[in-house]
Ligand binder design. Sequence first.
Ligand code: NAD
Length: 497
Amino acid sequence: MKTIGHFIDGKRVDGRSGRFKDIYDPNTGAVQARVAMATPAELDAAVASAAAAQMAWANTNPQRRSRVLFAYKALVDQHMDELADLLSREHGKVLADSRGDVIRGLDVIEFACGVPHAQKGEHTYGAGPEIDVYSMRKPLGVVAGITPFNFPAMIPMWMFGMAIAAGNAVILKPSEKDPSVPMRLCELFVEAGGPAGLLQCVNGDKEIVDAICDHETIKAVSFVGSSDIAQYVYSRATANGKRAQCMGGAKNHGIIMPDANMDQAAKDILGAAYGSAGERCMALPVVVPVGEGTAERFLDALLPKIDAMTVGTSTDPDADYGPVVTQAHKESIEADIDRAVEEGATVVRDGRGFILQGHEDGFFVGPTLLDDVTPDMQTYHEEIFGPVLQIVRAKDFEAALRLPSEHQYGNGVAIFTANGRVAREFADRVEVGMVGINVPIPVPVSYHSFGGWKRSAFGSANQYGMEGLRFYTKVKTVTQRWPEGETEDSAFIIPTF
Ligand code: NAD
């Protein structure tokens, strides 16, 4: 059986704890590998190597740092097929979507290549008599990234792209469910000319996450995962004096105004609800048709599209989506559908008990559509994270606006309409961090930044873009003067200009 260890000091090493977790092939249900769970001592070794590498890297001029990132981007591009294949086989998303996972991560690496410009400080000539003031953005030192299973390429690159560009070293702690791509991304960094120790991968579970939050040398923790864990990591890391940005779960709404192009909205929502088996924090698992008759018109457009979808293995080029990540997750999605039915939702399409011929033990869930969902239902408030779309009808714009605004999560939201004025007002007033107007999955491009509101994010810094650069740097401001000869007597009051 293949065993995955860690990536420390520029090479793969075996785990020493004797503790492992199984990695499944979600297409067949079989265990395909196991991954070692690190101990705090193994983390110490990684941090020591990272700290040594970081000192030299921080003193490497930004243009040279950028060149390593350019080379890295080209190398990851060359390995696209290999990475996508590895990703699909562990995660279960289809190959085209796995490529998208890598490409959206590479977008951040590409942005990070602009670090010589982005990390320039500010300068004021003549802030006082012969006084100049300048500020610089210094790296923090060793930082950590803790990532979820659902984007094993993109989310690590969100973090280490920005952190490394800014002069930090990174300890990555990927999801134990699909660690192979993050491990390979670390290996390729060294092949691209990155210094050994600058980017390391320490695999593990809660024990190592706790050790990261407590480690004195680690200065910042970036986390993406479910909300309860995000809040826990945020509390623990900040209690230890670290910076933390911790992104959590989501329940994104798609508002369908009566004037929307129904066919286009149905197409967009189909992909956003069921793509990647709904395992995306920017999926659209709730649709809100607004006004009399809108739900019926929307369903007329949507149902034939649901019925034409193909669920298949992650390596089947004809599949629209593949299996979910584990048997436990499949069971939890099916239990949520059971609960929704008990709460009074109407099952329009039922994906429970879905069997893919020849893959009877795979973790497949069929497309599910629940109508007549109401805001008092528990299953409306919770994240299901599967191929389940819930319809909540709203009588008018104000009622529709309240739903995402009052929901515990505030990651993304989309509105489908032909009326720019309505869209503009919605974007302004909705209490959600990322808004799409006729765009179902509004994940911001790499030179903006990603972040939700409410229980979708703890901490104030967004991921990537200039927000990411600010998170991974601290500002030092220098006030200088070079007077000729002696100046005036000592001043006992604070200098004023
Ligand atoms: P998860 O919370 O189970 O795991 C995330 C990370 O936390 C993993 O590295 C895991 O090993 C670690 N972890 C798990 N249990 C822990 C514990 N008790 N103590 C400390 N660490 C622990 O999340 P997941 O199932 O891997 O990913 C899916 C979740 O991530 C969904 O809720 C999804 O919405 C969310 N997500 C959010 C975003 C975002 O940017 N807001 C992006 C992607 C995914």
